[in-house]
Design a binder for this molecule. Structure first.
Ligand code: NAP
Length: 337
C-alpha cells in the first residue's frame, strides 16, 4: 500500500523531493503540501493529482490522510515540525539540519527516546551514495586494516549570494562530518579549523577552509572546504588504513580521448553528483515509513553533527582546537545507524 506523504516547505529541495516521490519512486503518493508561500504550495499541488494545500505545517501533520511527513523548510523551523510529528506518532524525514542548535536537537532526541521507537530520519544522503557505500564496505571488511586517516574534499564551483562564512561549516562541512562518523562508526571529539589564503572569487568568505576532526578512536580527518572553485562540484574521499588505502574513484562512465588529451565530466552541482543517493535514501525512508518507523541517519546523528559544527564554528572564530562535548547516547540509538 502506498505511503501518503505530506511535504512541508516546497522550495528548491522540497520540490525535488515531490518530483522524486511522485515520478521516480514506487510506494508513495504526495497527498498534501504547505509552504509559507501559499502561491508556491498551490503551484506545486497543481502538478500533483490529489494533493491538497494546508495553511500551516502543523495542519498538514495533523491531517489524517497524511501517513508520513517530509520537512524541507528553512532549518530554524525544523524543530517544531519534527516534535509535532513525534507527538502525532508519524514517521518524518527531516532535511539537514535536524535543528539549528544542540539544545533543539536534544529536545527531539528526548522526545523520540520517550516515544520509545524511531520515527525520525535526517537527510544525510551521502550514506546512500553507491560510491561511499563501496568505500565503507572496504573499510568494514578490514581489507586496509584499522583506519588511521581520512582525507575528505568538498568543492563547490560557486555559492549563492546569501551564503555566509558560517555556512562553510554548518551547511557544507556538515555532510563530511556525518559521513566520517558513519564511515568510521565513531564520534568526533575535537575540531580545529585552519584558514589559508582566501580565494579572491569568494569575497569576504573564509574560503577555502581546512578542518581537522579528531575521532574518539584516535583517527584524524582532514576536510578541505572550497566553495568557489569554478571548475565543478568535486567530492573526494580517501581512507588510509594500517595496510592499505581506499578512495572514491572518479565517477565518469565515459572518458573522451581526443587531440592528445583525455577528459571526463565533473558534476555541475550536488544534485547531479548525489542524484542516485537521494533516490535510494527516499526509497529506504518509504520502506521504513510503510512499517510506521524510521531507519538511516537518526536524530542522534543530527544532534552529533550539530555539536561538531558548533565546535567547528568556535574553532574558526578562536583559532583554537575545540572539544566536542556529547551527551550520553540514549539506548534507542545504541547501535550505529
Ligand atoms: P529553499 O529553497 O529556501 O526552500 C525552503 C522553503 O520552505 C521555501 O519555500 C520557504 O519559503 C519555505 N518555508 C520557510 N519557512 C517555512 C515554514 N515555517 N513552513 C513552511 N514552509 C516554510 O531552501 P532549500 O535549499 O530547499 O533548503 C531547505 C532545507 O533543505 C534546508 O534545511 C537545507 O539545509 C536542506 N537542504 C539539504 C540538502 C542536502 O544535500 N541534503 C540540499 C539542499 C537543501 P520562503 O522562501 O518564502 O521563506
Amino acid at each position: 500500500m502506498a505511503v501518503n506523504v505530506g511535504v512541508i516547505g516546497v522550495g528548491m529541495i522540497g520540490q525535488d523531493h515531490v518530483r522524486r516521490l511522485t515520478t521516480v519512486l514506487s510506494g508513495s503518493a504526495v497527498v498534501a503540501v504547505t509552504d509559507v508561500s501559499t502561491e508556491r504550495a498551490q503551484s506545486v499541488a497543481d502538478s500533483v493529482p490529489g494533493a491538497r494545500v494546508h495553511a500551516t505545517g502543523q495542519d498538514l501533520i495533523h491531517d489524517n490522510a497524511v501517513d508520513a511527513v517530509v520537512v524541507a523548510s528553512w532549518g530554524p523551523t525544523h524543530e517544531d515540525y519534527v516534535l509535532a510529528c513525534i507527538a502525532a506518532g508519524k514517521p518524518v524525514f527531516c532535511e539537514k539540519p535536524l535543528a539549528t542548535t544542540q539544545e533543539a536537537c536534544l529536545r527531539i532526541v528526548d522526545a523520540e527516546a520517550a516515544h520509545g521507537r524511531r520515527l525520525v530520519q535526517v537527510g544525510f544522503m551521502r550514506r546512500y551514495d553507491p560510491a561511499y557505500c563501496a568505500l565503507k564496505a572496504v573499510v568494514d571488511s578490514g581489507a586496509i586494516g584499522t583506519p588511521l586517516l581520512v582525507h575528505s574534499v568538498h568543492r563547490n564551483p560557486s555559492v549563492p549570494a546569501h551564503y555566509t562564512g558560517d555556512m562553510l561549516i554548518n551547511d557544507t562541512a556538515v555532510h563530511d562530518i556525518d559521513l566520517v562518523r558513519w564511515l568510521l562508526r565513531d564520534e568526533v571529539v575535537a575540531a580545529s579549523v585552519l584558514t589559508p589564503r582566501r580565494n579572491s572569487r569568494g569575497g569576504a568568505l573564509p574560503d577555502p577552509l581546512l578542518m581537522i576532526l579528531e575521532m574518539a578512536g584516535g583517527a584524524l580527518v582532514d576536510v578541505e572546504l572550497s566553495v568557489n572553485i569554478a571548475y565543478g562540484y568535486d567530492i573526494r574521499g580517501e581512507v588510509v588504513g594500517e595496510t592499505g588505502t581506499a578512495a572514491l574513484a572518479e565517477g565518469n562512465p565515459v572518458v573522451v580521448k581526443r587531440e592528445g588529451a583525455f577528459s571526463g565530466r565533473v558534476p555541475g552541482d550536488w544534485r547531479e553528483r548525489f542524484l542516485r543517493a537521494y533516490d535510494i535514501e527516499f526509497q529506504e525512508w518509504l520502506g521504513a515509513a510503510a512499517q510506521g518507523g524510521a531507519t538511516g541517519p537518526s536524530a542522534w546523528d543530527g544532534y552529533a553533527a550539530t555539536a561538531v559544527t558548533d565546535a567547528g564554528l568556535a574553532a574558526l572564530r578562536t583559532g583554537t582546537r575545540t572539544a566536542v562535548p556529547l551527551r550520553e547516547r540514549p539506548a534507542l540509538y545504541a547501535s550505529p545507524s
